[in-house]
Design a protein around this ligand. Structure first.
Ligand code: PLP
Length: 460
């Protein structure tokens, strides 16, 4: 953290920004964020913290924009690479060859798991998921995709169709046909679903939005065997789990199961330049399809020269610093501390799980996730509950956190639990009444309640 105090803005300026955001972007978004005490105007950011622009108050970033900041906030080495690149490069002409594209592809292949040695460059995570699913369908000539319940793969057509929660999808039916869902971790269910129509099986090796569920090694091995047996493409979405987040460079490194297709985004852009990629195995079925259909998935942003230079620099930084080693060590310390907190608070905490710095705390009631976000923010930490499992608080801590940082974070969580228990003096008995519990667990009602509560809260 900078020794100097961060620059702050006046209350009037802050209110005006909120008003303009509501007017031109979304009032609903402000309301939604304010329920979890997350309506923070993000100002100066560095190290493991960012500062609220109005008060200068520091927040530990326990979310890392869902795994976008594995190289830290405003990483100087990567900014430097981008600044230098700006002297000679722009995005580059769409579709044309260029040195930065080749340099990035070489670097990516050098660190990729197993024999994944072919690369397609894309603009965003959802864009890359679309490309991966099209690749599986196009190459196999089959149309069925198996995804997982609670999965999250993005908000565009095919990626939305692969999401395992109706909440995101129900307003936009009909979506893409041919998507089926299996319970995460259930190999027998997959065994019953696969057929000669199955093009691909897609999953996150650790579900992020779904509530931090870690795929067991034997599950991934079993999926690999089924895919080999039926000629199905195994697709790993490592958008959130990749680039050291789980204590290895790739989450798949824990099991050593190599997928046919792997999707990357988020930290690939170093938190500076959105970028994404599909890596795939140089098998005749995949490579022939791509070579025969070179334009099957293109976009203006995918393979931008500036983006490629940033991502090359991200790979250099991550590999030079072996960031996964600190993540593995500090992740263990964090998990150990959380497990002790669970034992002390087994009345509200159901389970603690995760790997490296991708950790979830599951509470006993759905409404507790949003309450916990509020209690953490009150104590100086920003963290979000899982979109597809609101009872699970997700912690994606800064990868460079030290032992001291982890201990500070655990102290904050302990205080937040204490504050939540104060809320629960009132909410606990009410939540035992099924009708009220159902209401509280309905996101909208809880948001209204929390927004109202915030008006009176002493920490505002
Ligand atoms: C696992 C996973 N897949 C896909 C996506 C979609 O990526 P993007 O937001 O870049 O489209 C996300 C983003 O949160 C993600 O976490």
């Amino acid at each position: 953290m900078n020794a100097a105090s961060p620059e702050t803005i006046s209350k009037r300026d802050r209110d005006q920004i909120f008003e303009m955001f509501g007017k031109h972007i979304s009032k609903g978004q402000i309301r939604y964020l304010s329920a979890g005490h997350l309506d923070i105007l993000e100002g100066e950011r560095n190290g493991i913290r960012f500062h609220e622009s109005r008060s200068g108050r520091a927040f530990i970033d326990g979310f890392s924009s869902a795994g976008c900041f594995n190289v830290g906030r405003c990483n100087r080495q990567i900014i430097q690479a981008l600044e230098t690149a700006l002297d000679d490069y722009d995005m580059g002409t769409y579709g044309m060859l260029s040195a930065p594209k080749i340099e990035l592809a070489k670097k990516l292949v050098a660190v990729a798991p197993g024999d994944l040695n072919r690369v397609l460059l894309c603009g965003t995570g959802a864009d890359a998921i679309e490309g991966a699913l099209k690749l599986a369908r196009g190459a196999t000539g089959r149309n069925e995709i198996i995804s997982m319940t609670k999965a999250y793969h993005g908000h565009s057509g095919m990626s939305l169709s692969a999401n395992g929660k109706d909440y995101y999808k129900e307003l936009f039916q009909p979506l893409m046909p041919g998507f089926r869902f299996a319970p995460f971790g259930d190999l027998a269910a997959i065994g019953q679903m696969v057929s000669q129509h199955t093009a691909g099986i897609i999953l996150e090796p650790i579900q992020g939005e779904g509530g931090i569920h870690v795929a067991a090694d034997n599950y991934l091995n079993g999926l690999r065997e089924i895919c080999d047996q039926y000629g199905i493409m195994l697709i790993f979405d490592e958008i959130q789990t990749g680039f050291g987040r789980t204590g290895k460079l790739w989450a798949s490194d824990h099991s050593r199961v190599v997928p046919d297709i792997m999707v990357l985004a988020k930290s690939f852009g170093g938190g500076l330049y959105p970028n994404a990629a599909i890596l795939y195995r140089d098998s005749s079925v995949l490579t022939n399809f791509v070579d025969q259909n070179p334009e099957f998935h293109t976009s203006l942003g995918g393979g931008s020269d500036l983006g490629c230079i940033v991502s090359s620099s991200v790979i250099d930084y991550i590999v030079e610093n072996k960031i996964w080693e600190n993540v593995a060590k500090m992740g263990e310390r964090f998990l150990g501390g959380l497990r002790r907190l669970r034992d002390e608070n087994s009345d509200i905490i159901w389970e603690v799980r995760g790997r490296g710095m991708m950790v979830g705390v599951e509470y006993k009631q759905e409404f507790m996730g949003i309450l916990m976000a509020d209690c953490l923010a009150s104590n100086g930490m920003f963290a979000a509950y899982s979109g597809n499992a609101p009872q699970v608080m997700r912690f994606q801590l800064p990868t460079a956190a030290t032992e001291q940082d982890i201990d500070e974070i655990l102290t904050i969580i302990r205080k937040a639990i204490r504050l939540m228990k104060l809320y629960l003096i009132a909410l606990g008995p009410l939540s035992k009444i099924p009708f009220i519990r159902d209401m509280l667990n309905k996101g909208n009602i809880l948001i209204t309640f929390n927004v109202w509560l915030r008006k009176f809260a002493f920490w505002n």
